[in-house]
Design a protein around this ligand. Structure first.
Ligand code: G6P
Length: 476
């Protein structure tokens, strides 16, 4: 496995010693058993700049840290990954910036990751590279180690050619990805955008979901496949927490702390401009202004976890959201009631599930989102089929959760109507919708996602070796 961040967080114990704890999150839950079963290694940055660490083991996983200098964090991570690629791939909601120094750092760091993998991987191993920070790794790795089977999964959207065209290094990025045998995307749309870009900017031959790329010096064109594999969550873990007595008691406590309002609404996001938090707050503020929501009857809990705080557009967003919440609360709060309980923190998964249980209405209003796992977690936590999910049609999750109350978050009137509908949803309709969504999520957990991807890749490896055997003259 290769990802920008290693799946561990540093811990400090009482006597000041350091250790590591596995990070929360579906990806590592799904892959830890696969890795342990195959003697696998996970290659990634350990999160601290200017520090070189030796490989180490943690909870049955072998971890290979890739060092990054402070300059590289600024140019490769904050710069090219999160101020060029991230906005470009999310419908240019914020204007992407392109700087040659950022690009130089991006390909140097990608090369370092590829070298670390080339050293760690055994003969004929399967390598799975994750996400937009590492799009050049498949090609570099293929050059260093042609014996490997290489998969890549893009967790964020892939833009259409009309937008991707802006990227000065568009060909190198596509060639980088096409170093992989299998390239996975969240939605069928992302997959077709990638295929259209490969045809338009590289002149690659695209048939169905197969791409053939001629490369100078190679007799055979390189063959890759692009497919959608919508990611999911660790459903078992969320459901287990949702029925635990202490988590249920905590949910009750949260409602009491808010003064037992009739309705609790909830938003949970990284504080990112793709999540449509200002749109949600604008709609909520107007509903209070119109008298359609009363502060005595309803409270909105907005969890906004800190993210990429040194990137300018994230700083600006924080100012905007802080200001909006302050204005709305200043106007509508009473001594007893608050309009919006705004929490700029991250919480452990137990607290998140308690929040999901406490919330009658979940608001997911992203302007663009590769998937949105919060929507799936809310559904998984609602074990008694109650609650309403308001879901942006611009999320990958909307492809699967068709029984949600779908919205266009740019349409503030439509958003207000949908929030009002969600608050007043009759129990029978709420239950019908929730059952349909739960069936989908329970059937497609993150374990199934990783199995599907890896078995497709294994199938391709088997075809390839069969092809090679068939090329051998018989009797040899
Ligand atoms: C998104 C990306 C991930 C990234 C995460 C958190 O989900 O797809 O690759 O790790 O955001 O962002 P951060 O920049 O803190 O890693």
């Amino acid at each position: 496995m290769v990802s920008n961040r290693l799946p561990v967080d540093r811990t400090t114990d009482d006597d000041g010693g350091h250790g590591w704890r596995r990070s929360p999150g579906g990806l590592v839950t799904a892959l830890a058993p696969v890795m342990a079963g195959h003697d696998g290694a996970w290659v990634g940055w350990h999160g601290a700049p200017d520090e070189t660490l030796e490989p180490f083991d943690n909870e049955n996983m072998h971890l290979v840290p890739v060092p990054l200098s402070s300059d590289e964090v600024e140019l490769y991570y904050e710069g090219f990954s999160n101020a060029s690629l991230w906005p470009l791939y999310h419908d240019v909601i914020a204007p992407p910036e392109f700087h040659r120094t950022w690009w130089d750092a991006y390909h140097q760091v990608n090369m370092r990751f590829a070298e670390a993998v080339a050293t760690a991987a055994s003969e004929g191993a399967t390598v799975w590279v994750q996400d937009y920070q590492l799009q050049l790794v498949p090609r570099y790795l293929r050059q260093l180690r042609p014996d490997l089977m290489i998969g890549f999964f893009n967790h964020i959207p892939f833009p259409p050619p009309e937008i991707f065209a802006q990227l000065p290094w568009r060909q190198s990025i596509l060639e980088g990805l096409l170093g992989a045998d299998l390239i996975g995307f969240q939605r069928p749309n992302d997959t077709s955008n990638f295929l259209r870009c490969s045809r338009r900017f590289l002149g690659a031959t695209v048939k169905a979901r197969h791409v053939n790329l001629e490369s100078p010096g190679e007799s055979q064109p390189r063959a890759s496949r692009a497919e959608p594999f919508p990611i999911s969550i660790d459903v078992g873990r969320i459901q287990e927490l949702a029925v635990r007595p202490d988590v249920i008691a905590r949910a009750k406590q949260i409602r009491e702390d808010l003064g037992n309002p009739k309705t609790i609404l909830l938003g949970v996001d990284r504080l990112d401009y793709t999540k449509g938090i200002p749109h949600r707050l604008k709609a909520y503020g107007e509903l209070l202004h119109d008298g359609l929501i009363k502060v005595e009857d309803a409270s909105l809990i907005q969890v906004a976890s800190p993210s990429r705080e040194r990137v300018e557009s994230y700083r600006l967003l924080r100012e905007e959201v802080d200001g909006m919440v302050g204005r709305i609360n200043g106007q509508y709060d009473t001594m007893q009631n608050t309009a919006i309980r705004y929490l700029h923190h991250s919480y452990p998964v137990e607290e998140m599930v308690a929040l999901y249980l406490a919330a009658d209405v979940m608001l997911v209003t992203a302007l663009r989102d590769g998937m949105n796992l919060v929507a799936k977690e809310y559904v998984a936590a609602r074990v008694n089929n109650t609650g309403a999910l308001v879901l942006s049609e611009f999320t990958g999750a909307a492809d699967q959760l068709k029984a949600a109350l779908l919205v266009n978050p740019h349409d503030i009137d439509g958003l207000k109507e949908t929030i009002t509908k969600a608050i007043g949803l009759r129990p029978a309709e709420a239950s019908r919708r929730m059952r349909a969504m739960r069936r989908q999520v329970l059937d497609h957990d993150v374990q199934r996602w990783s199995r599907d991807f890896l078995s497709t890749l294994a199938g391709m490896a088997a075809e390839r070796s069969h092809g090679r055997d068939a090329e051998q003259p018989s009797g040899l």
